[in-house]
Design a protein around this ligand. Sequence first.
Ligand code: AVI
Length: 320
Amino acid sequence: PQHLQPAFHYIDSGPVIQDSTTELLAGLQGKPRRINPKYFYDERGSQLFEQITQQPEYYPTRTEHAILQNHAHDIAQVLGTGRVLLEPGAGNCEKVRLLLEALQPVAYVPVDISGDFLCQAAARLADEYPWLGITALRADFTHLPSLPDGLPAAPRCLFYPGSTLGNFTRPEARAFLHHAARLVGANGRLLLGVDLHKDHRQLDAAYNDAAGVTAAFNLNVLSHLNQLLEADFDPAGFRHLAGYHRGYRRIEMYLQSRYVQRVRCAGEIVRLRRGERILTEYSCKYTHGGFERLARDAGLRISGCWQDSDGLFAVFALAP
Ligand code: AVI
C-alpha cells in the first residue's frame, strides 16, 4: 500500500511585530512604563530563555518536565487520544515530545512569534516523528490566531505548558482561556502548566539566578527594541530587578535606569529619571483555589490535576 508521508508545513502569518510600534511607544511613555514580555523572544532572547530553564534556581521547567514524563499516560486517558494538538508559544517544541507517544495526536500545530527558531525546532520534530503531521505557524499567540485551513477534523486539545499563562495579568489570563476554550470548541480540551504560589525566597532566587542569565534575558529586550524601533537604548544603563510580590502573588520584573537618560525610540524621545523602572514582566503564581476560580470564570472546569511531591508546579486538564 502506498503511504502518504504526513506533511510538514511552515506558515508565516506576516509581520506580527512591525505594527506594534504604537503599542511599544505607548507602553514606554505610560505609567507605569512597560514593555510587553512577548518582546523578550527575539532569536537571542529565545536562546537566553532556554538557558534560564537550565539554571539550578529555575525549578519550573524541570519540575513540569518530570510531571509530564511521570503522568503522560494518565494525562492521555483524561484528555483522550487522536486529537489535533495546538501549542501556542511552542518555542523549541521540547515539552510536547513527552506527550506525543501517549497522546497520539493526528496533527500538531506549534505557534510562536520567533519564526526561525520555531521553524527549525518543528522541522527537527518532523524528522523524528515521521508519523505526525506538523503545521508550524509563526504568529503572535497572545492574540490566539485563527487556525490554518486543512487541519484534520478531529477534536482539539490546546497544550499551554511552562506557566506561560502566568505572564498574563489575571484579567488577560481569563480572556486568553476564554478565547482558547472557543478555539478548541465543545469537544475540546486544554492542558496547562501552572506555577504555584510558594515561599518567596525560592521564587526570588528563580528570577535572580547566580549566573546572571535572567538579568541578561531581561536586558536583551532593549537590544530587541533597538532593532524594532530604531531606538538607542544602552543596556549598560539599566539594572535587572526581580522580586515576588506576596500580595499580588506574582514576580515583578523591571529594568531600572541607572541614571538620568534620554532614549530615542521611533523618532520620539523617552526621558528616564535615575532609578526609574520599566516593567518588563509579571509572572503570576497560583494557588489551587485561585486557579480553579480563574478557570471557572473562563467557562472551564478542571478534569485532571498532576503535580510534583513538593507542590511546586501543577499541570491541569480543563474541559468546557
Ligand atoms: C515564559 N515564562 C513562563 C517565564 C516565567 O517564568 O515567567 C519567563 C521568564 N522570565 C524570567 N525567567 C523566566
